[in-house]
Design a binder for this molecule. Structure first.
Ligand SMILES: [Ca+2]
Length: 191
């Protein structure tokens, strides 16, 4: 009896192992051959500052990633449609204008979210309810404050977005910021 049972168990096990191996080997091969890049649930928090975005209009235009990063909306009524508009907006002196102080950081944060797919990254607990807001949630709140927010709330949000924009500056870029190399598509965002 044992002589019959053991071989069949071994045969069953080796089929399972082969099936497991085939599955794990073929998936990445298929993705690589199709050029499909999987989204990451926890992508690295890559960011660049206002200064970077002001000085890399070619990236804003889409020459580095193949995807234009404009238009960038601020609240419900302002839209920066061209790289030159982004440059001019970031170049305007704030002179203590809280809406503009927030707007500068908001533009940079939205460019970071678009370029680096960091919208779903949890970053800061703006409303102090013990739960971190994601970058996208913070951007939504910031849009509302841009349209109609107190000076205090605008400065509070600007400070958070400033921190965001400075947090990932040491992370490597996946594209050539001089736009001299072939464009590299941005990583897909996870739903
Ligand atoms: Ca919260």
């Amino acid at each position: 009896m044992m002589r019959h049972v053991i071989p069949s168990v071994i045969v069953a096990m080796s089929f399972t192992m082969v099936a497991g191996c085939v599955t794990s080997i073929e998936e990445p091969t298929d993705e690589a051959s199709q050029g499909v890049v999987q989204c990451e649930d926890n992508p690295p928090l890559v960011t660049r500052t206002q200064g970077f975005w002001q000085n890399h209009s070619c990236v804003v235009k889409g020459d580095a990633t193949g995807v234009p990063l404009v238009p960038i909306a601020l609240g419900a009524s302002v839209s920066l449609d061209k790289p030159s508009a982004v440059y001019a907006y970031l170049d305007a002196p704030t002179q203590g204008n809280k809406q503009l102080i927030l707007g500068h950081q908001l533009v940079a944060s939205k460019l970071n979210a678009k370029a680096f797919g960091i919208g779903n990254v949890e970053f800061a607990d703006y409303n102090a309810d013990g739960v971190l807001e994601t970058v996208n949630q913070l951007l939504d709140i910031a849009d509302g404050l841009y349209d109609a927010g107190s000076s205090t709330d605008r400065v509070k949000m600007a400070t958070i977005l400033d921190k965001l924009n400075n947090t990932g500056t040491e992370e490597e870029l996946y594209f050539d910021p001089t736009c001299k190399s072939a464009p590299v598509l941005p990583p897909p965002a996870c739903e």
